[in-house]
Design a protein around this ligand. Structure first.
Ligand code: CP
Length: 317
């Protein structure tokens, strides 16, 4: 296992990719590499976080992020509590900050928070004494998703620098896209955003990426094609004529992939909508699709983040 022992992680929270340096990102990816190996062993538990308490507070639904944070905490030996928002006092009108301060009074060491509003997790972090990890806030950031995507790419391709990564679909509503743009450009990838102008406004080129509205142009010579679902829960009004028409123009099929590199890797953060942004036969191809690798890397990356953010606490104990 890589221990990264020589380098303390210089951040109290993980609220986004934005504040992370290239070195911070590489540190977390190297640490996560070690956890991938641990997770493939029959005995997966370490006592690193023994005595520490992690609370997962998800105001939006989640399968992958919540489950992998729970597994990550438990594999590192923490006491993990999943707070169910639907049966909590939030349903009786308690505010986000009152909930945060209530949980803070129970002395957790890490809070993992997902919220529908951009900036809500950062606001909460200002009112608690523990480390806060952003599990996705509105359309702002989803930092652990971008880290697990980078780990998947690095392990499958051996590098990130110089790769052409096409991120396709509903970019404008996507926190996954934003975190990936920040991370991948910081590590030297060439990022293209591909989709209709309603979902990929030309102004996004200001992030230092190429913008394409034509799928064939966007996918030409791509090393990585990352598909994103239509985030209908964040849409006000109509952004595509119909899902059938959207699939015809922007859904990923073998035919559209023909212009990408022969060894192109297909990714999707999930949840997938088969027949809308991706053809099921492409998603299920074990040679081209890295979608289940992404899920595996998710546990390792979240273990790395928990390890890094609790180092100061553990050293002080
Ligand atoms: N990719 C992702 O965030 O999935 P969940 O919504 O299932 O956590």
């Amino acid at each position: 296992m890589s221990d990264g022992a020589a380098r303390p992680f210089p951040h109290r929270h993980l609220l986004g990719i934005e504040p992370l340096s290239r070195e911070d990102i590489l540190f977390l990816l190297d640490l996560a590499d070690g956890y991938v190996e641990l997770n493939r062993r029959p005995e997966k538990k370490l006592g690193l976080l023994r005595g520490l308490t992690q609370i997962n507070l998800f105001f939006e639904s989640s399968t992958r992020t919540r489950t992998s944070f729970e597994l990550a905490g438990k594999r590192l030996g923490a006491d993990v509590v999943n707070m169910s928002v639907s049966t909590s006092a939030i349903k009786k009108g308690e505010t986000l900050l009152d909930t945060a301060m209530t949980l803070n009074a129970m002395h957790p060491d890490v809070l993992v928070v997902r919220h529908a509003d951009s900036g809500a997790v950062a606001l909460l972090a200002r009112h608690v004494a523990c480390a806060v990890i952003n599990g996705g806030d509105g359309r702002h950031e989803h930092p652990t998703q971008a880290l697990l995507d980078a780990l998947t790419i690095r392990r499958r391709k051996g590098r990130i620098e110089g790769l052409i990564v096409a991120i396709c679909g509903d970019i404008v509503h996507s926190r996954v896209a934003r975190s990936n743009i920040l991370l991948l450009t910081r590590l030297g990838a060439r990022v293209r955003l591909v989709g209709p102008p309603t979902l990929v406004p030309p102004a996004l080129a200001a992030y230092g990426v190429e913008v394409h509205h034509d799928m064939r142009r966007g996918l030409r010579d791509a090393d990585i094609v990352m598909m994103l679902r239509l985030q209908t829960e964040r849409m006000r009004g109509s952004f595509v004529p119909s899902t059938r028409e959207y699939f015809r123009r922007y859904g990923l099929t073998w035919e559209k992939l023909e212009v990408a590199r022969p060894d192109v890797l297909v990714m999707h953060p999930g949840p997938m909508n088969r027949g809308v942004e991706i053809d099921g036969v492409v998603a299920d191809d074990i040679h081209r699709s890295a979608i289940l690798d992404q899920v595996e890397m998710g546990v390792a990356v979240r273990m790395a983040c928990l390890d890094a953010l609790t180092r100061r606490l553990r050293e002080a104990a």
